[in-house]
Design a protein. Structure first.
Ligand code: CUA
Length: 351
């Protein structure tokens, strides 16, 4: 890995967060050193100055000093607040993905990272992204806890079974950067890594078009929804509609049986597929069977992507949007469906 940073201990700064994280980190080191040195010096100084000259001497009584106590309360208060604020601001930025980010799905599995682009390309232990573009990763795992970590971007996030976690970044320089699993996940944890390739937009477009794209997540989800899993028989609308209406549902507030309201986000959609009886939409019967154990994490991602695509205007690109070149940007997809006729089921292609 290239290491051109001025302290060889640190990886390169290759994302928009990197300098902020480093600045806060150096500030912490500075504060630690600035306190440690005078404290150690004082220990030596006092131990010599006040060393016992006679046994059982009675020390002088000390009376309080308002000035001293105020100073040593206010200075540490200011220091700890700057640390708190610095940390909170960086944390808030890192864990609030922007709406206009390009979305990529990541599934962790002992011991590999499976990546799927919105345009259908898949990779294992590699992640190709364009430089200068906001990238949002929607992540989950098929088995145990993992943690997706890119030191050069100064960002990482746990990948948790049974739910989605998110991470976003904007790479600032083209290059090849290490990618790690940062959570001990079993025997080959240390080998669960790979590379992030940051490319100029033009090179990235070339890379995309040079890779067999297979079905996009939206297409794969549509296929599952309409054919393989038969969701459409209850959810497709019309006279036979027995399940909740899914068009336009994404990111809206949904009223549940029992009066509770939830936001129909990725997590809600996912939960409704796996535990349909737990959050039933008001006006419907709890008749949907569970799909737990019948769909893989990647199929779930696809289903969620498809349902999102039924809500144009929400973050996901609309299904059936016209596309010129295969896979040019995050906003085009689908419609290439017919070109990729003999498609394999999303679930099995990476096993
Ligand atoms: Cu996956 Cu450690």
């Amino acid at each position: 890995m290239q290491n051109t940073s001025w302290i060889p201990l640190f990886p390169e700064q290759a994302s928009t967060f990197a300098w902020q994280v480093d600045a806060l980190y150096f500030y912490l080191i500075f504060v630690s050193v600035a306190f440690s040195i005078p404290i150690i010096a004082a220990i030596f100084f006092f131990s010599m100055k006040y060393r016992a000259k006679e046994k059982y001497a009675t020390p002088d009584e000390i009376h309080g000093s308002m000035v001293l106590e105020t100073v040593w309360s206010i200075i540490p208060f200011v220091i700890s607040m700057t640390i708190f604020l610095g940390g909170a601001i960086i944390y808030f930025q890192q864990y609030t993905p922007p709406d206009d980010a390009m979305e990529i799905y990541v599934v962790g599995k002992q011991w590999m990272w499976k990546v799927q682009h919105e345009t259908g390309q898949r990779e294992i232990n590699e992640l190709h992204v364009p430089v200068g573009r906001k990238i949002k990763l929607t992540m989950t795992t098929e088995d145990v806890l993992h943690d997706f970590s890119i030191p050069a971007f100064r960002t990482k996030a746990d990948v948790v079974p049974g739910r989605y976690t998110y991470m976003w970044f904007e790479a600032t320089k083209p290059g090849k950067y290490h990618l790690y699993c940062a959570e001990y996940c079993g025997l080959n944890h240390s080998g669960m890594g790979g590379w992030v390739y940051v490319m100029e937009q033009r090179d990235f477009d070339n890379w995309l078009s040079g890779n067999v794209s297979g079905q996009t997540p939206v297409e794969a989800g549509k296929d599952l929804f309409q054919n393989k899993l038969g969701c459409a028989s209850c959810h497709a609308g019309g006279a036979g509609q027995r399940g909740a209406k899914l068009e336009g549902i994404f990111n809206t507030d949904v009223k549940l049986v029992g009066g509770q309201t939830v936001k129909a986000d990725d997590q809600y959609l996912r939960n409704s597929i796996l535990n349909p009886a737990s959050q039933v939409v008001e006006g419907y019967q709890p008749i949907m069977p569970t799909f737990k154990g019948q769909v893989t994490e990647e199929q779930l991602n696809s289903l969620v992507a498809y349902i999102k695509s039924l809500s144009p205007g929400a973050a996901a690109p609309a299904a059936g949007a016209p596309t010129t070149a295969p896979a040019m940007s995050a906003n085009t997809n689908s419609a290439a469906a017919n070109k990729t006729a003999p498609t394999k089921p999303a679930a099995n292609s990476n096993k």
